[in-house]
Design a protein around this ligand. Structure first.
Ligand code: NDP
Length: 450
């Protein structure tokens, strides 16, 4: 029956391979859950959960500094609101299309269910590329984007946040335009600046959370990060704070990357080098290759389109934290990781490993934390930002970090408990899918056919 449903999903939207991939992974995990819970099948939860509650698609016209008119496409996928307002980031990247955002929104539903905070799932964005644009152009784009989106969102309806290409700068412009159009200040976006309702630790949260999740997995084997060599991909928000937390917990990060290539620094990226990367990426908006110009201990490898694997994943290491984008670890990369001694993968990015790669991790029984569990720290802290906005309060750094840490411990415990219940204690994919799905399914049944 689930195979039939999967085929229907593919037939209905044949041009959405990333969405098919995300659906397939969840449906595969659900076989055992549905066996135990015939009520989910009877209520047609699988059929209902793969269909977004609402999809909004719109034109985003804007004018460049040179006076040229540009047109981009904007999206918001309101996937599921059974357990709370739609919640999920906005991605600005030229690769963005409906299928990619549907995969992200679908994953978000289960992830948010695991956070222990009442949040439904959504995702949005545009094929706009902020790279190489002036601040003024980014502002004009954000204002145009929000001039349509503001009709569809609200603090109790749908609360977007950042994702690839959407950081503090973009959230600020989006928030300003929403406030102007609605004539109201509300916590309608998360990831805001500290001066206007943002939460401490929100920028750090996804990366810190992925490292906390990995720490919980390590504890199941009586191990810690002390002395562990770690591969991190990406050089954006998630990669930066993943690196910061690994350093703090005694590990050594030897790689970072961007869409041009990656650096390998055998000596490790220490706090000074990380400060350089943060300035390079967040202020100067430069390329990671500049790291190797600055530090002699590092080598830079430009992307080689001829290769059928990513050499970043082909270094001796203990742990890997994919933190760039979807499908950045293919089956060959997964095997290379295993061959190089990696026994822990904690996914900061969403769906960074292809299904065959996931199977390799599971077969080898390594500690593998899938994105929807391991990177849930970002949205969890967004939930904490919403709570602070709703009560006109702001919590200390320590308070938010402690709450984030406890949420990651709880997500790990839920995923592990569900995996154990279904007979595969080390399978966090099964555990996260089963636990997240059950919570949403129970809420959907309680609310009737809506
Ligand atoms: P950023 O835009 O801050 O950084 C993204 C990084 O990944 C950049 O270094 C970018 O390089 C690189 N990258 C992006 N796309 C590609 C690509 N197609 N090929 C190679 N490199 C690429 O985004 P985030 O750090 O916020 O997001 C990274 C991942 O984490 C995404 O999968 C996102 O969905 C996920 N995530 C983010 C959360 C958050 O709170 N921000 C929460 C949960 C998950 P370049 O600059 O050259 O494009």
């Amino acid at each position: 029956m689930l195979e039939e449903l999967y085929q229907k999903v593919v037939e209905k939207d044949p041009a959405q391979p990333e969405f098919h991939q995300a659906v397939q992974e969840v449906l595969e995990s659900l076989e055992v859950v549905l066996e135990k819970h015939p009520e989910y099948r009877k209520a047609r939860i699988p059929e209902r959960i793969v269909e977004p509650e609402r999809v909004i698609m719109f034109r985003v016209p804007w004018v460049t500094d040179d006076g040229d008119i540009q047109v981009n496409r904007g999206f918001r996928i309101e996937m599921n609101s059974a357990i709370g307002p739609y919640k999920g980031g906005l991605r600005f990247h030229p690769s963005v299309n409906l299928g990619i955002l549907k995969f992200l929104a679908f994953e978000q539903v289960f992830k948010n269910a695991l956070t222990t905070i009442p949040m439904g799932g959504g995702k949005g964005g545009s094929d706009f590329d902020p790279k190489g644009k002036s601040d003024m152009e980014v502002m004009k784009f954000c204002q145009s984007f929000m001039s349509e989106l503001f009709r569809h969102i609200g603090p109790s309806t749908d609360v977007p946040a950042g994702d690839i290409g959407v950081g503090g700068r973009e959230i600020g412009y989006l928030f300003g335009q929403y406030k102007k159009l609605r004539n109201e200040w509300s916590g309608v976006l998360t990831g805001k600046g500290l001066q206007y309702g943002g939460s401490l630790i929100r920028p750090e949260a996804t990366g810190y959370g992925a490292v906390y999740f990995g720490e919980e997995m390590l504890k199941t084997r009586g191990d810690s990060y002390d002395g562990k060599v770690c591969l991190v991909s990406g050089a954006g928000n998630v990669a930066q704070y993943t690196t910061e937390k690994i350093i703090e917990l005694g590990g050594k990060v030897v790689t970072l990357s961007d869409s041009g290539g990656y650096i390998y620094d055998e000596d490790g990226i220490d706090t000074d080098k990380l400060a350089f990367v943060m300035d390079l990426k967040n202020n100067r908006r430069g390329r990671i290759s500049e790291y190797a110009d600055k530090y002699r201990s590092a080598q830079y490898f430009a992307i080689d389109p001829e290769l059928d694997y990513n050499p970043l994943w082909d270094h001796k290491a203990d742990c890997a934290f994919p933190s760039a984008t979807q499908n950045e670890i293919n089956a060959k990369d997964a095997q290379n990781l295993i061959n190089n001694g990696v026994f822990l993968v904690s996914e900061g990015a969403n769906m960074p490993t292809v299904p065959d790669g996931v199977n390799i991790f599971i077969q080898h029984k390594i500690l593998y934390g899938p994105g929807k569990a391991a990177n849930a720290g970002g949205v969890s802290t967004s939930g904490l930002e919403m709570a602070q906005n709703a009560t006109f309060s702001s919590w200390s750094r320590k308070e938010v970090d402690t709450k984030l840490h406890n949420i990651m411990i709880s997500i790990h415990a839920q995923a592990r408990a569900a995996a154990e219940m279904y007979g595969e204690p080390d399978n966090y994919v099964l555990g996260a899918n089963a636990a997240g799905f059950s919570k949403v399914a129970d809420a959907m049944i309680a609310q009737g056919v809506v």
